[in-house]
Ligand binder design. Structure first.
Ligand SMILES: *Cc1c(COP(=O)(O)O)cnc(C)c1O
Length: 370
């Protein structure tokens, strides 16, 4: 069997080549390269994405990490403030908090959903706590009812990190609509990915939208009218045009991912040595990543490799255990679930173009060796 990659962006491009090539050509022909005021491609995508998510505003920016930083700055979060983030996420979530001068405070995750454990939130809330950043990790919405309840009780802001969950739903409502602000990444391999770095913020608050947009465009409200010192973090025309093409496919692609996940679940269900991801019936999990817990991960990863199957680990180290956070002195015993999971979790290929017989082959290897 041909090599099975962890994601296959080339296969996706082949399917939409005509539209993508036309979109790129059109931006070049118009020289509409840079975002900011008046780029029609950026405006079009922002309007379409806001409509898709169901928020009043979408503000494009340069990447998903900037989106988190800009969201924090928009809310005035900075030195002296604490922001709660999950112990398991991509590094950006805590990095952005530190980069605005605030302190990330980690909370353990749920054992089979991998999102932040709402029952452990209140233990870390204090006077300095300003916000919670739930991450809809792997494509599964965090437990938003509980998180919103606790945030309201303690007067905390919620910023959703939706980088892995374009189109995911919690009780019939899309992620990106719950927090005061929400952030998305369009890194190429995300469920909705650009052909380079890109990101955005969504919000129903028009005033915050204005501030976010201003921060990402040198503090300008109009050309040469700098209200504040912002930064340069704009969505560019080519990426926006590509994203508009791809947005029209996202629901179908997510459906495909859900079908692939269902087949994995069916074929691995009987294997007692595999812990499958849990998705509550009220959630629409969009399977950015299909993560399973297994023992002997190194051995299994080698077996997969011998059979030309790519796998990955999201993530080998929980955020509080990173060397750079050692100085803060987090204790492993405070994150028992994350500590256990980072040793066992493995991501196996999932993407819309993955074929049934490839999934069967991957499951045969796993079932024969576990
Ligand atoms: C990808 C990702 C980001 C950041 O995205 P970039 O666009 O690469 O900056 C942030 N948070 C999470 C959870 C991610 O997976």
């Amino acid at each position: 069997m041909k090599k099975i990659p962890i994601v296959d962006l080339k296969a996706q491009y082949r399917q939409i080549k005509k539209d993508i090539d036309l979109a790129i050509k059109s931006v070049i022909k118009d020289s509409s390269f840079i975002g900011g005021q008046g780029n029609p491609y950026v405006k079009k995508f922002e309007d379409e994405f806001a409509k898709y998510i169901g928020t009043r505003n979408c503000i494009g920016c340069a990447n998903g990490t900037d989106a988190i930083e800009i969201a924090l700055k928009t809310l005035g979060i900075g030195p002296g403030d604490e922001v709660i983030v999950p112990a398991l996420s991509w590094f950006s979530t805590s990095e952005a908090v530190s980069n605005v001068g605030a302190s990330p405070v980690f909370v353990d995750i749920l054992p089979k959903r991998y999102t932040i454990d709402p029952n452990k939130l209140e233990k870390v809330i204090n006077k300095k706590t300003k916000a919670i950043i739930p991450v809809h990790l792997y494509g599964l919405p965090a437990d938003m009812d509980e998180i919103m309840k606790i945030s309201q009780k303690h007067n905390l802001i919620v910023i959703e990190d939706c980088a892995q969950a374009h189109g995911a739903e919690y009780k019939g409502r899309k992620v990106g609509t719950f927090g005061l602000l929400a952030t998305f990444s369009f890194f190429p391999s995300k469920n909705l990915g650009a052909y380079g770095d890109a990101g955005c913020i969504t919000t129903n608050d028009d005033n915050l939208a204005k501030i976010s947009r201003m921060i990402g465009n040198h503090g300008q409200v109009k050309k040469h009218e700098h209200k504040i010192e912002g930064r340069n973090s704009r969505l560019d025309g080519i990426q926006a045009a590509i994203l508009s093409v791809k947005l029209s496919h996202i629901d179908e692609w997510n459906k495909q991912r859900i079908n692939k996940a269902a087949l994995y679940n069916k074929l691995l269900f009987k294997n007692n040595n595999v812990v499958l991801p849990e998705a509550p019936s009220y959630s629409k999990h969009v399977y950015h990543i299909f993560g399973i817990q297994i023992e002997n991960r190194d051995k299994i990863q080698n077996k997969l490799k011998e059979n030309d199957i790519e796998s990955s680990i999201h993530y080998p180290i929980a955020l509080p255990f990173l060397d750079l956070y050692k100085k803060i002195g987090f204790e492993k015993k405070d994150f028992p679930v994350a500590e256990k999971i980072v040793k066992k979790i493995i991501s196996i290929p999932i993407y819309p173009e993955l074929k049934k017989d490839q999934i069967k082959f991957i499951c045969d290897i796993l079932n024969d060796n576990l």
